[in-house]
Design a protein around this ligand. Structure first.
Ligand code: TYD
Length: 228
C-alpha cells in the first residue's frame, strides 16, 4: 500500500575530476538521458550557477584572487557555493527538479585542500556552512591520467583554433595535477556510498553509457523500478 503512494524525490548529482576529463559534455548528456525518461532536470556549474556566484567565478578564474592566498580563495568558493545552494539548488530540488552540477564541494576539498595548502579543518567548516545540508545524492568522479587529459585539452584547442592560455588552475604544473587526481580518488574512497569513480579514458559515447548505467542502477525509480 505504502509503495503505491511513494513519490520519487528529485536527486542532486555532481560531476567531479581534474582538468580536461570531459565533465561538461557528460553533464549535458546525462541531462538529455534524464529528459528522455521524462525527468525534469537542470544543469549548473561551479564556481557559478547564479549571478553572484558567476561574479565570484570571473574574479577567481581571472587570477584576481591569487594574491589573497589559498585560504581566502577557499572562502570565496564557499561564498559562491552558499548562494548557489540557497538560490538555485535547494529551490529546484524542492520543486521536484533534478539538479546536475559540473563540480561542487569536492572540488574545494581536492583543489584547495588536498592539492593545495588549505587545512582540513577550514575545508570541513566551509563545507558544512556552504552546503546547508544539501550533500549530493551521487557524485560521479571522472578519473584520467593528467598527461592524457592535458593532451586531450590541447588537441581540442587546436581543433577549435584556440590558443592554449589556461585559467588560474589550468596553469599549475604536472606534479600538482597528479596530487589533484589522487585527491579526488581519496575523496571517493572516503565516501563510498556517495561517490562512483569512472574512467574518463574512453570514448565519450561509452562514457555516457557507463554513467547512465550507474545513475539508473542507483535510482531505479528512473526506469519504473522501486525507489532506493
Ligand atoms: P572551469 O573552466 O569550469 O574548469 P573545468 O572545466 O575543469 O571545471 O574552471 C573552474 C576551475 O576552478 C577549475 O580549474 C577548478 C577550479 N575550482 C576550484 O579550485 N575550487 C572549487 O571549489 C571549484 C568549484 C572549482
Amino acid at each position: 500500500m505504502l509503495e503505491a503512494i511513494k513519490v520519487s524525490r528529485a536527486r542532486f548529482i555532481t560531476f567531479e575530476g581534474g582538468e580536461g576529463v570531459g565533465k561538461s559534455t557528460q553533464v549535458k548528456r546525462l541531462l538529455q538521458n534524464l529528459q528522455r525518461n521524462a525527468i525534469e532536470a537542470v544543469c549548473t556549474r561551479e564556481p557559478g550557477g547564479t549571478p553572484k556566484a558567476e561574479a565570484v567565478r570571473s574574479f577567481i578564474l581571472q587570477g584576481r584572487s591569487e594574491s589573497w592566498g589559498a585560504e581566502a580563495e577557499a572562502v570565496l568558493f564557499a561564498a559562491a557555493r552558499l548562494d548557489h545552494v540557497t538560490q538555485l539548488i535547494a529551490p529546484n530540488l524542492r520543486n521536484g527538479i533534478w539538479v546536475l552540477s559540473d563540480r561542487f564541494h569536492d572540488s574545494t576539498r581536492a583543489y584547495q585542500g588536498l592539492a593545495g595548502s588549505v587545512n582540513e579543518r577550514l575545508i570541513d567548516t566551509l563545507e558544512s556552512l556552504a552546503l546547508d545540508g544539501h550533500a549530493p545524492d551521487l557524485t560521479i568522479v571522472l578519473d584520467m591520467d593528467p598527461v592524457a587529459a592535458f593532451k586531450r585539452v590541447a588537441y581540442r584547442a587546436i581543433e577549435d583554433g584556440l590558443a592554449l592560455t589556461g585559467d588560474r588552475f589550468e596553469k599549475e604544473e604536472l606534479k600538482w595535477h597528479i596530487r589533484l587526481r589522487d585527491g579526488f580518488l581519496a575523496i571517493a574512497r572516503d565516501n563510498p556510498g556517495r561517490c562512483v569513480v569512472i574512467s574518463a579514458a574512453q570514448h565519450e559515447d561509452a562514457l555516457e553509457a557507463a554513467i547512465w548505467l550507474v545513475v539508473s542502477e542507483r535510482f531505479p525509480e528512473l526506469l519504473g523500478g522501486s525507489q532506493a
